[in-house]
Design a protein around this ligand. Structure first.
Ligand code: TXA
Ligand code: MG
Length: 361
């Protein structure tokens, strides 16, 4: 009897074939979207200026906003960075692969200068996603990859989000289903005085950094500056732009009393509806029953306040859903800026263009 070979040969594994094709596209200078554990990235060979320029063009991204370089092996660092200080080293050992990006001194003439937007530093991370890691290893080059959305739109957490924004402008996409964390990586830079400066809150929390770093963790005060405002400019170039914005007008409503917040939201929704607006509302599960008297077209749950991973995971898809439903007026509850709540609130504030109604108790 002839034995059947049951296990598929790797050459016939559809994912393996897709990765080989995507890696070949990257190598020859095309741009390809792929999943990471945070959001989908739009990848380019970081050594090729033409490829990196194609990323900026496809996204409509301002050229002064540098890209994160993705690696699959810490050995790739030596080629790109002048040195790695002890604190950065500890952080990578603890959190790579994972949603932490480290800003390090860049070696000249290795990467395209467009990746770093002319800075003397480069932002590097090792994503915790098997498809991303296999693709980068196979492409055999550092992969510059911003989030794979049109500039200013919510970041993509599904392949369909990428296609919505970029179809026809990219060579391909590796579909890996929904991403996990849902908000981008935390971006940090170790300062000359040894402290860790958080340039963008993200998937690794301040508490996690604090437990490992053994030094002060400071948050860049510019992070929450109003877009294009006169407040202190953020240290990370990307944080100064309006981000993640849905097409409808989003406003956050913040206050100590959930029922007070719900009453205010209910009356604003009523007014908006009578003006002819199509309304949307983002709430936490604990408060849903406070809105049973509200009239709202699109009611979206961010999950439980005791599990903010859900809010992070759902946030961008909810904002895109509001667009799909042509919602014009959106209100959102807020959460404490602790743990992942810091990243969730940062993205909500940016999406709202810092529009917040503060309810005094
Ligand atoms: O989770 C993520 O980080 C995703 C996935 C795809 O990896 N990527 C991502 O990339 O969010 P992007 O381009 O959307 O955001 C990169 C951020 C921007 O705020 C940029 O200004 C900052 O990192 N950045 C990049 N290089 C920098 C540098 N040398 N110094 C300071 N900030 C830098
Ligand atoms: Mg982005």
């Amino acid at each position: 009897m002839k034995s059947e070979i049951i296990a598929e040969h790797t050459d016939n594994d559809p994912l393996q074939l897709a990765l080989e094709e995507a890696a070949a596209l990257l190598q020859r200078g095309d741009i390809v979207a792929f999943p990471t554990e945070t959001v989908y990235g739009l990848g380019a060979n970081a050594r090729m200026t033409e490829a990196v320029e194609a990323v900026f063009r496809a996204k409509g991204r301002p050229s002064d906003n540098p890209l994160i370089v993705h690696i699959a092996d810490v050995k790739q660092l030596d080629e790109m960075v002048v040195s790695v200080d002890n604190t950065s080293r500890r952080l990578m050992e603890a959190f790579w692969p994972g949603p932490l990006t480290l800003v390090l001194p860049v070696k000249p003439d290795v990467l395209s200068p467009r990746v770093t937007a002319g800075l003397d530093t480069v932002a590097i991370r090792m994503p915790d996603h098997p498809i991303a890691l296999r693709l980068i290893a196979r492409a055999n080059c550092p992969v510059a990859a911003p989030s794979a959305n049109r500039s200013g739109r919510p970041s993509p957490t599904l392949a369909s989000h990428v296609l919505e924004d970029l179809e026809g402008h990219i060579a391909g996409i590796v579909d890996g289903g929904a991403t996990g964390v849902g908000v981008e990586s935390t971006v940090v830079q170790v300062q000359p005085n040894g402290s860790v400066l958080v340039l963008r809150p993200g998937g690794i929390t301040l508490e996690q950094l604090r437990n490992v770093a053994g030094v002060d963790i400071v948050t860049d005060p510019g992070i929450t500056a109003a877009p294009h405002g006169e407040n202190q400019a953020p240290r990370s170039p990307g944080m100064k732009y309006t981000h993640y914005a849905p097409k409808g007008k989003l406003t956050l409503v913040q206050g100590d009393s959930p029922s007070g917040v719900a009453d205010l939201i209910t009356s604003h929704l009523k007014e908006a509806t009578s003006r002819g607006e199509k309304t949307g509302l983002l709430v936490f599960d604990e408060h849903v029953n406070l809105y049973c008297g509200s009239v709202v077209s699109s009611l979206q749950s961010m999950g439980s306040l005791s599990h903010l991973e859900t809010a992070a995971h759902r946030l961008y898809a909810i904002l895109r859903q509001m667009d799909d439903e042509d919602v014009t007026f959106i209100l959102s509850e807020t959460c404490p800026e602790e743990g992942l709540g810091a990243a969730v609130m940062n993205r909500l504030q940016k999406a709202a263009g810092m529009a917040v109604i503060q309810l005094n108790s």
